[in-house]
Ligand binder design. Sequence first.
Ligand SMILES: NC(=O)C1=CN([C@@H]2O[C@H](COP(=O)(O)OP(=O)(O)OC[C@H]3O[C@@H](n4cnc5c(N)ncnc54)[C@H](O)[C@@H]3O)[C@@H](O)[C@H]2O)[C@H](O)CC1
Ligand SMILES: [K+]
Length: 495
Amino acid sequence: MQIFATEQIRAWDEYTIRHEPIASVDLMERAATACYEWLLQHHYKGRSFSIFCGKGNNGGDGLVIARLLAQSNHSVTVYILEFGHKGTEDFQINLARLHETAASILFISSNEAIHPIPSQDVVIDALLGSGINRPADGLTAELIQHINNSGNEVIAIDIPSGLYVDHSAKGNIVIKARHTLSFQCFKPAFLMPENAESIGDVHLLDIGLLPGFLEQQAAPFQLVDQAMVSAIIRPRNPFDHKGDYGHAAIIAGSYGMMGAAVLCARACLRSGVGKLTCHIPTQGYTIMQVSAPEAMCRTGENHSPHELEKYDTIGVGPGLGTHVENFDLLNSVFEQNRRPMVIDADALNLIGQEKALLKQIPPGSIITPHPKEFERLFGKTANDYDRIQLALQKAAEYNIYIVLKGRYTFIASPDGRGYFNSSGNPGMATGGTGDVLTGIITGLLAQKYSSLHAALAGVFLHGRSGDLAAAYSSQPSLIASDLIEFLGQAYQSLT
Ligand SMILES: NC(=O)C1=CN([C@@H]2O[C@H](COP(=O)(O)OP(=O)(O)OC[C@H]3O[C@@H](n4cnc5c(N)ncnc54)[C@H](O)[C@@H]3O)[C@@H](O)[C@H]2O)[C@H](O)CC1
Ligand SMILES: [K+]
């Protein structure tokens, strides 16, 4: 699924209006009806509503929702923020229609007109939508703050007012919504951690924008979803043997951190790899052989980084530690292996300390930093959007894939394309889940998936395992081992 910027969203509306064809006021009716139906289906039936509208089409949506609620006997008060103009055509048409209902309509043209919101009311925020082109200020900003301070439950229409669709609004005054009801596709704003407080839970409502538009559009970002990953994963052939699924190596673990190596190894095995050899410290030998009997082990000084050319790929980093001798280890790995590999955790921290190593990473490799590791490697950015751009820039500069881990993990490809993963949940914010991801991606690379496909399928399957595990038990109780147990079901869920 594409993730569009403001101009493309507007173009998609216009394409639908022209080709369906449908009048724009009828498209607004369809969008607002979807919001109204969502409210009825989600325990808001019978509640009373304070609906705040601007004079653009976002406000128009609010007026239609107000009419539909009033016509179904809900108590509705509509507050229209005065901007000194009549409003868009569709806004005006719907204001006239609203006058024929029992809804109270009040205009806010100064601070004095801002009154306390009844505590039982659900607030609908339809002040500003995707047409915003500057920070909310003056009376608009005061009204937003008034709504935020009220403590009432807020449902934002299309996007919380004050937020930009595709660039940072950090530091601006923005509505804090419990739910955001948006249309058709994800907007970049919904995928950025810096907006978490504003957007609440996002619900995408289908308003029937025509799919024909998608064929002509190159979106700046793609959403990694089930359809995408189902098309990547290949079925197994009946006459295959283990040699067909590659030989992976994992170089991981140190005293006190053998768990990371075990999680990584077990996840790699469950990903479908043919053979796995773990290069681990000698004192971790028994732990690994008992925990992952399917894997072979090599021990020896400094993880014994020898004969690495026999592997199809290598995953390095989980639980490795950042002792100085590990710089030699990394140098040796990068010298021996020039095929795409996976680099994570302490291996990234070592590279963060010795930036010259970045240039030695084999081309097409996948690095999997979390935001702090990313910062150590490439520096701080002012906001999440800049971090995404920096990731794309660095991916191109070093010819690597950067998997920037988070709620919506971002995958930066060296060709300039960016992908946001859609699966996963906050239960996965717990120790060891990153080691599992490294194991899965390493296993997919060994099975000769391209680096891009291994990264995309790896993050999606990892998140899907987390979703299945959380559904089976709960988010708080989720531990990294659960992801490995549910990887089989995650694969199954793709078909
Ligand atoms: N498919 C869809 O997504 C549909 C969306 N719809 C809704 O339409 C809005 C977009 O409407 P638009 O009129 O373009 O913009 P806004 O309502 O956001 O109005 C903005 C309006 O206000 C001016 N303005 C911009 N920034 C500010 C500011 N900081 N303070 C005050 N005023 C500002 C600007 O000049 C505009 O005139 C979309 O979000 C959906 O809710 C349709 O219903 C159809 C389907
Ligand atoms: K809004």
